[in-house]
Write a protein that binds this ligand. Sequence first.
Ligand SMILES: [Zn+2]
Length: 396
Amino acid sequence: MNKLLVIGRDSSLEFYVNDIFLGNFADSYPDSPLTGIELQVSGEGSHVTFDNVALHSLSPLPVVMFPAAISGDPPFSSDYSPPAQERIGPFVTQPGDYFVSYTMTNAELSALQAEYYSAPIRKEILDAVEANFKDRVDVVIVILDLDAPPQGSLPWGVNWSVQSGSVHNPTTPRFARLGSMWLMTRDGLDMGPALHELLHGFLKSSFIIPTVLASHWGFSSVGGQLGGWDKDTLVYLGNDTYQATGPPISGGSYPTSFGIQANGGNSVPYSNLELWAMGLIPDSELVSVDVAENASYIEAGEGKFTATAIRTYSPSELIARTISDNRPSTATPRAFRGLVVFASTRTKIDMATITQLNREIEEFSMRSLISWGHNFWMATGMRASIHLATASELAR
Ligand SMILES: [Zn+2]
């Protein structure tokens, strides 16, 4: 028997049950403000009626839905008609208005692939966004028109932070205050590292615990998008040797190891310290973090490592270690606006690609559950949202 968490209290509510509800959802979001009723269901395919709440499993159904009155989002339209405005500066609007495209030359793409960090195209696109769009863009998301991991220096994703300030500081300009996020393949919003890169935008310069890998959680119990093991899984094997795994992935099963940089793309939600660092939970909900000292992997694939000690940082120590200008508070914004720029060497984007991107953008940004992995709203435990659609609305 698995626990099922029902969201919403509408007596006419219908739920489409798929595996995301079975096992891991209630555990992942025990304190959701939208928590309604807990039911017991016997497995996928159940049909349950309880307090006028009917559950229907219509398998296979990819998305679990609940009413706009609960989720706050209107139903998305499948009308992919072109926006009224065809161009916004060097950008071209696209059917459905989910994103704009930017045409790169082959030479610009080659330069980007050869040496990402010095390629001028990065700044050109960002400057063009700033010049042509209103100062309401918290994050610029550039998706490259590539279907495979790129060659050369390109990572899977990167958040090129362009502001010296912080989203936690209300005097920081809004433009790109969560950074400029580059996803190097067309499915980066779906599969990751979209959640990972977005989190970098909240953390900026500060780091909270000692780590072997700058800007990531290293050998620690943070267990989230920026790496670390799941706090409950650490086992001491003797002789300064430990073993642990990352947090459960979508569906509830534990992986065999943990990463010091990341854990499984969009398959894991933001962890306790990450939610706190984003300003989404108060100091009172922050839990301690264990950090392995002088650690290194023995067998990375099995989560085995050596360390001279495990040091525990209490919530008050973690708070004291966070520099003041990047100090999260519950006054940090929770509703964000992003603009997706599709950077391609093609002058015309085919309808299949447009449909794929529109769907990815919709799923990543909607305040509803998706069938695989986590969108932003789910990853934050329904505490924050990001609006990406209606791109041309942002034109100056
Ligand atoms: Zn990273």
